[in-house]
Design a protein around this ligand. Structure first.
Ligand code: DHB
Ligand code: FE
Length: 263
């Protein structure tokens, strides 16, 4: 069965991509940002996922003008931060673009539940694949209007804490609260809840990085691992019912667990 081993989030500031392309990663401003991903690249190289599901938000999406959608910085920047910039990603990447441009954008709760559905879908896949889910965007930022340049570090840091420990609380943040506290583009942070919904309730936070500013926002980044469950080898279940019924029941894995738990 396929399983989700970990979730990764990161801001996806387009200027990070430009800094890579223009070879500015060693300049002090950018070194501060890139140095935060050295450990993450190591972690990814060790994790060696078979598949990455990359959840990112669109930035200019209209069904009436777009019939072929190319991936944008929402996908490419975090992949560059996590894998470096190889000619080809080391594993298949499934892009999942989520609208936050056209009305109505999804609520955090809806995103969290989408993550739950992704988890179910992954687990229903028979092949033994190890999957990493990424959620990109944020953190607090506003690109235009009178509040352009807004960054709310207190909100950002509380969001990182909540993502690890109490994501259901984050799923209750309304659009108005995102707008007020995190600026017009802060809504991008609902992507992170898709990633978090795809993980187990309890996770191990293995890495966190926060630096401000990078372009118009902070770079917030976190790696959460699902805690591996050790399954004990069990003795075969005794068949208690009539032989034909019992045999039929034991043939289905879910039923085998039911028969055992009655002992
Ligand atoms: C910036 C951040 C974004 O998430 C984005 O999509 C565009 C620009 C920025 O900080 O400049
Ligand atoms: Fe963005």
């Amino acid at each position: 069965m396929a399983r989700i081993i970990a979730g990764v989030t990161s801001s996806h500031v387009p200027a990070i991509g430009a800094a890579i392309d223009l070879k500015k990663t060693e300049e002090p401003y950018w070194k501060r940002v890139f140095s935060g991903f050295e450990k993450s690249k190591e972690w990814m190289a060790n994790a060696k996922p078979d598949v990455v599901i990359a959840v990112y938000n669109d930035h200019a999406f209209d069904l009436t003008i777009v019939n072929k959608m190319e991936v944008d910085h929402g996908l490419t920047v975090p992949l560059n931060l996590m894998f470096g910039s190889p000619a080809q990603w080391p594993c298949p990447v499934i892009p999942l673009a989520v609208n936050v441009v056209m009305y109505p954008p999804p609520t955090g709760h809806r995103c969290y539940m989408l993550g739950r559905a992704i988890r179910k879908a992954v687990q229903s896949y028979p092949e033994d694949l190890r999957v990493v889910v990424m959620g990109t965007g944020g953190m607090s930022h506003q690109i235009s209007g009178p509040r352009a340049g807004l960054i709310n570090s207190k909100f950002d840091k509380a969001y990182l804490d909540g993502l690890s420990r109490d994501p259901k609380k984050l799923a209750r943040i309304s659009h108005m609260e995102f707008m007020r506290e995190a600026g017009a583009e802060g809504i991008e942070m609902v992507m992170w809840l898709i990633m978090r919904g795809a993980l187990d309730d309890k996770v191990k936070e293995v890495y966190r990085f926060y630096t401000v500013p990078a372009s118009n926002t902070a770079v917030g980044h976190i790696i959460l691992e699902n805690i591996e469950r050790k399954t004990k080898a069990r003795r075969p279940a005794p068949v208690r019912e009539s032989p034909s019924k019992g045999r039929r029941a034991a043939a289905h894995p879910a039923n085998q667990v039911m028969v055992r738990s009655k002992r």
